[in-house]
Write a new protein. Structure first.
Length: 443
C-alpha cells in the first residue's frame, strides 16, 4: 500500500480528542447532504465525560461516536469492526502520536455511508372543524425519516485508541468537522442537540456575537488574547475550537516563547494519546479574551513540546478551547461562509471551578453511573490518602454510585478547600474506605 506522512496528528482521549491532517486531503469530501431546501435537522446528543456523543449509522449499523470540531476527518478506531462493516482500506498512511515523534499505521478507506437521523418532532396531522367555527389541530409524535447523510472516505486506525475504558460506553470513533462542510451547524449544550441547516437557511442570529475566526480545513481557529500571569502583557494567540476536549484550555508550551507557564503549576496527566500517556503542567491563567467575552482565573493545561523534535509541525494554533468553556454558549458554525457566532447561555456567569482532590474519574456503563479512577495527581490529597488508578468508586459521601452522575461526582471534588470526602472503593474485589480533605493545589 502507498505510504504518506500525515502530520501533525494527535488524539488525547478523555481530555482531548482532535485530529489534524496536513498536506493530504481525503477525496470525496464534497458529497451531498440529503437536506431539503429550508429544512433543518435536530440531532440529539449525550454529554458524557465532558464530551459530545452521537449515534452514527455507518454502512447501516448504529455506532457511538464523539463529535470533534478539532478533528478534520471522521475516524473509525476498530480495525476488526471495519471488517464487519465491510469497510475497505484504500491507502496506507503514517500518523504521528501525541508527542509528534511516534508513528502508527492508519488507512484511508473507500467511501462509506454515514447517516445521522434527526430527533422526534411534532407534526401537524389533521384539522377538525367544529360547530362553533373554531379549528382544532391534532398533533402526535412521529419519527421523521429525514437525516444527514454523507458518502465519504474515513480514516481507519490500525491501533484501537478506544480499546481502554471508554469502550465500555460503546465509543467506536470520532465524527470530524468536515462531515458538516457547506452547512450551518448550531451546537446547543443546554438542550443537548446539534441543529444542521442547509447553507441557504435564513437563520436568526439575534443575541449572537460574531467571533474572529479563520478555518484550517473545516476546523475553526479563534483569534484570542491571553495573559498568563497578572504581571504579563496580553498576547495574541490562535486557539482551536475543540468539542473533542473536556477541559477549559490547553496550550502548547515551548514551541512559542510567547506562551509561558503560570507561577505555580502542578505536574499532572493531560490525557492518553497514540503515543501513550501525556503529562504536562496544570495551572491558572490570569485572563483570556475572544470577541466580547473575557474569562479570568481559568485552569489550563500546558503540554510541553520538544521544539527540536517538532520542527516539521505546521503550527496553525497555539492551543485549544474545550467544552468546559464552550458549554457556556450556544455556538453557530457557518461552514459555508466561514463565520462563527457565540451566544451566552444560562451557564455563562457560573464560575468554572477546578478539582481539589487530584482524582480524574471516568463514567462507564449503560447509564453512565459506574465510576472508576482514571488517574491521580502525585502528592494530591487522594494520592496521600492511598487511592490508586483503576479503583472503582462504589459510593461517595455514603451514597451509592447509582445515585451519582459524572457531573455531580466531579463537582463534589471541586468544593471548598478542607471539605471532607469519604469514598468507598472496590480494589481487587475488596471494598475499602478512604477519607481525605480537599486542598487547593494551585494557589
Amino acid at each position: 500500500m502507498l505510504k504518506r506522512k500525515l502530520y501533525p496528528y494527535f488524539i488525547y482521549i478523555v481530555l482531548i480528542a482532535m485530529l489534524q491532517l496536513c498536506q493530504y486531503t481525503l477525496s470525496g469530501q464534497n458529497s451531498r447532504y440529503l437536506l431539503q431546501k429550508g429544512e433543518k435537522i435536530e440531532i440529539p446528543f449525550d454529554y458524557v465525560n465532558g464530551l459530545i456523543e452521537l449515534t452514527v449509522k455507518i454502512n447501516g449499523v448504529n455506532l457511538k461516536f464523539i463529535f470533534d470540531t478539532g478533528a478534520e476527518h471522521t475516524i473509525l478506531s476498530n480495525n476488526a469492526l471495519a471488517s464487519l462493516l465491510k469497510i475497505i482500506p484504500s491507502k496506507e498512511v503514517e500518523v504521528y502520536g501525541a508527542d509528534f515523534t511516534k508513528k502508527i499505521k492508519a488507512y484511508v478507506t473507500y467511501p462509506v455511508s454515514i447517516k445521522i437521523f434527526n430527533s422526534l418532532v411534532k407534526e401537524k396531522t389533521s384539522s377538525i372543524k367544529i360547530t362553533n367555527g373554531n379549528n382544532i389541530d391534532e398533533f402526535k409524535w412521529k419519527k421523521k425519516t429525514s437525516f444527514v447523510v454523507r458518502n465519504m472516505p474515513i480514516l481507519l486506525l490500525n491501533t484501537d485508541i478506544f480499546n481502554f475504558d471508554i469502550s465500555e460506553n460503546g465509543i467506536q470513533g470520532i465524527l470530524g468537522a468536515s462531515f458538516f462542510s457547506n452547512a450551518i451547524l448550531k451546537i446547543d449544550y443546554r438542550k443537548k442537540v446539534l441543529v444542521v441547516y442547509p447553507y441557504d437557511y435564513k437563520l436568526s442570529l439575534k443575541s449572537y456575537k460574531e467571533i474572529p475566526v479563520k478555518f484550517a480545513g473545516h476546523k475553526p481557529i479563534i483569534r484570542t488574547k491571553i495573559k498568563i500571569n497578572d504581571t504579563d502583557s496580553l498576547v495574541d494567540i490562535n486557539i482551536l475550537l475543540d468539542t473533542g476536549s473536556s477541559i477549559p484550555l490547553l496550550f502548547l508550551n515551548n514551541i512559542d516563547s510567547k506562551i509561558s507557564l503560570p507561577r505555580k503549576t502542578i505536574i499532572g496527566k493531560l490525557g492518553i494519546g497514540l503515543g501513550g500517556n501525556l503529562t504536562g503542567y496544570i495551572g491558572l491563567i490570569d485572563k483570556i479574551e475572544f470577541g466580547d467575552f473575557k474569562f479570568h482565573g481559568q485552569i489550563s493545561k500546558f503540554q510541553y513540546m520538544d521544539s527540536v523534535k517538532t520542527k516539521t509541525i505546521n503550527k496553525t494554533r497555539d492551543g485549544i478551547l474545550g467544552n468546559e468553556i464552550l458549554k457556556k454558549f450556544t455556538i453557530v458554525i457557518d461552514n459555508y461562509r466561514k463565520k462563527l457566532y457565540f451566544k451566552p447561555n444560562s451557564d455563562y456567569y457560573k464560575p468554572i471551578k477546578y478539582d481539589k482532590s487530584g482524582i480524574n474519574i471516568f463514567a462507564t456503563g449503560k447509564n453512565h453511573n459506574k465510576f472508576y479512577i482514571k488517574s491521580i495527581i502525585p502528592d494530591s490529597p487522594a494520592d496521600k490518602a492511598g487511592l490508586k488508578p483503576k479503583d472503582i468508586i462504589y459510593s461517595a459521601q455514603y451514597f451509592n454510585h447509582i445515585f451519582w452522575s459524572h457531573e455531580r461526582l466531579v463537582n463534589l471534588f471541586k468544593k471548598k478547600e478542607n471539605k471532607k470526602i469519604r469514598l468507598k472503593i472496590i480494589r481487587d474485589k475488596k471494598k475499602m474506605v478512604f477519607k481525605f480533605r480537599l486542598k487547593d493545589m494551585l494557589k
